[in-house]
Ligand binder design. Structure first.
Ligand code: ZN
Length: 112
């Protein structure tokens, strides 16, 4: 690999890093949809037509799983946040590959 290739890798890395500040809605969790019954004994929910779906995100809070309720108006925002987390993971993966390649190339240069 030549210095020119390193420049290309650094340029690609800059491009990937520039995406991270845009991931402002980022959420790390799992999406779940729940159905529930209420306290009214005569309600249809007790005959099988349960209320819902109610949307939740399961997050890890110091090793404890916690369900965070997502208001209907925030469903798109929350789903976008989960997608942004996946994108962040992908960016980290790609930047790792680039940094390993740059390290390898730089170590090779020292031995010349
Ligand atoms: Zn009910």
């Amino acid at each position: 690999m030549q210095a020119k290739s390193i420049q290309a890798l650094i340029a690609k890395r800059s491009h990937l890093l520039a995406e991270i500040p845009k991931l402002t809605q980022l959420l790390h969790g799992s999406w779940i949809e729940r159905y529930s019954t209420c306290s009214r004994k005569d309600c249809k929910c007790h005959q099988g037509q349960r209320h819902g779906p109610h949307y939740c995100i399961v997050v890890n809070d110091d090793g404890h799983q916690r369900q965070k309720y997502v208001p209907k108006a925030m469903v798109d925002t929350a789903k976008n946040g989960l997608a942004q987390y996946k994108r962040l993971q992908e960016l980290v993966k790609q930047i790792t590959v680039i940094n390993l390649a740059i390290m390898k190339e730089n170590a090779g240069n020292e031995n010349r």
